[in-house]
Design a protein around this ligand. Sequence first.
Ligand code: SF4
Ligand code: SF4
Ligand code: FES
Length: 239
Amino acid sequence: MSDALRVRVWRGGEDGRFEAFEVPRRESQTVLDVVTYIQRTLDPTLAYRFACRVGMCGSCAMTVNGRPRWTCRTHVDRVAEGGEVEIAPLRNLPVVRDLVADMSEFFDKWAKAKGQFAPTRTRADGFAVVKPDSRERREADAGIECIGCGVCYSACDVVTWNRDYLGPAALNRAWTLVNDSRDGGQAARLAAVSGDAGCHSCHTHMSCTEHCPKQISPTRSIAGLKRATLRIALGGEEP
Ligand code: SF4
Ligand code: SF4
Ligand code: FES
């Protein structure tokens, strides 16, 4: 293992540039460790974001050597090419500064896709019974572990081409709710995801699915939305 890692880090806003640093190599060093070393030792003005360091919060996602990743779960040994690493903010989002992307439009799209639970029961009602082996429950379970990190959104070329496209994470969230038998917002949700910026814009590239660190398949969820919205368009029932 060589002593120093050469690191190119994005500095500034959209019109910024890469700045070079040298960081000592360590055993089991993550990309987030590298960014933290630079900020604490070499340049305290470097802006970046993290919270949990263990793959739970999703806030540390950045572009590493051109690929969106959780930096806290990415070991330098796995990604360093010729002793070099290039670190930039997530693609497809405005840059606030340095390695910090503005996630507002990402979460606004969750709201546009009606990604909020619409309860049909009150506190006075008993618990809803949802069978663990029902088709709906298994469909919802497949996408429910999303932590909103934005990696899939950053990996999606359709988002690059059409900034109105709701994107893989918001559509995956909508599909988990479509399969939630306790939810009462299906008509509005399916209408929201069937428009020009919705599920039918997905080109099934699978890039979101290939990059998701939680092994979720937004592509599969979007296919479910396509079937459900087509069924309604053809005069059938809501799922
Ligand atoms: S689907 Fe995966 S990659 Fe996309 S936001 Fe959720 S956890 Fe992140
Ligand atoms: S499958 Fe659809 S949502 Fe996923 S990356 Fe491809 S176009 Fe984007
Ligand atoms: S810091 Fe929370 S997922 Fe990386």
